[in-house]
Design a binder for this molecule. Sequence first.
Ligand SMILES: *Cc1c(COP(=O)(O)O)cnc(C)c1O
Ligand SMILES: [Zn+2]
Length: 396
Amino acid sequence: METTAAFVGLTCVDCGETFDAAEAPGRCPDCGGILDPDYDYDALDLTRETFSGDGPGLWRYEQLMPFTREAAVTMDEGSTPLVEAPRLAEELGVGRVLIKDEGRNPTGTFKDRGQALAVTAAVGHDATDVALATAGNAGQAASAYAARAGLDSHVFVPSRASFINKAMINVHGGEMTVVEGRIGDAGAAYEDAFAEHDDWHSVKTFVTPYRHEGKKTMLYEIIEQMDWEVPDHVVYPTGGGVGLVGMHKAATELRDLGLTDDLPAMWAAQSEGCAPVVKAFDEGKEVHEAWEVPDTICGGIEIPDPGASPLILEALRESGGGAVATSDEEILDSAVTVAQHEGVEMGVTCSAAASGAWELSERGDFGEDDTVVLLNTGAGSKDADVIRSHLMSKGI
Ligand SMILES: *Cc1c(COP(=O)(O)O)cnc(C)c1O
Ligand SMILES: [Zn+2]
């Protein structure tokens, strides 16, 4: 594997053991815990000027990534705009609202950041095949990056996954298994198949150690785009929490490197139809309980049993943020409002962040001068059918 100078290996978040990246392609070999990439920060001597390099996309932050740009499987993902949303700021009663528009990625969602690193790692491990269970967007991204790397991909999606996701997995040449039911059913079918294929390399959420590492670059970009000012709040549509955990890691790195002073408050936005993180946060728990009957139109965050909930809850508490759930009706309304008031096209799952921000504003969690960043994790046009049907259900 071609790794970067500062990357020292993978540390288990549960037992604390450290492993050479070449020896640990997935979870902790000792205890099964989540592995987190670790760096020799002292050796880096980074300043605000030298923090990012040249060239397109997230590999600008190569110094704080496990792999070099040269080794990367990349389509120049990242470098997405941070769009000013003045009407939303007025409506939410805050100083500034900015929308990080991850819809501008190669396959239309921020899943590309995670899969770019995960598939690069797969190549480094000499894998021939990658596999995962996914609500849809991660599968589309994985099949795209696998195609680019010349690997085969095996993608397990629930029947609920969107038409666009299924179609594009096919278009990229992925082997797709559509499983009747929800993400849990797709996950079970995947586990059975994975057990029978020694040659499959997992690029599943928090099995590969690299998806959150790819997504941490969203926060690096936000801080640089704000000229090193730290936003007061970041609102994130939370499923497995990969992006939230990654961004909190990035904010902590920047603070510990002395490049910023504070952490942004991280807020997990979920749908009332599947809100295990919100429930655990409100009850002061350190780990979630599986949500029994998940039911939300927001497929990307219909994750009833997020295995990384201890990391998510820790990030929310450490950063002074929290969690918020709104109804599917409010979430769909928010997608329409943002499209009509700002022009920005938010995906259905993503607009849980906008809807959550309205709720947080009503709860008094935002100050009148605060800066609020909303993560638009995917392009609205991927969900055009759902948003349009919502309008039609209202006679519009
Ligand atoms: C996967 C997904 C999410 C949730 O991501 P996590 O980091 O796993 O919480 C949110 N929005 C969209 C559009 C997604 O595809
Ligand atoms: Zn361990």
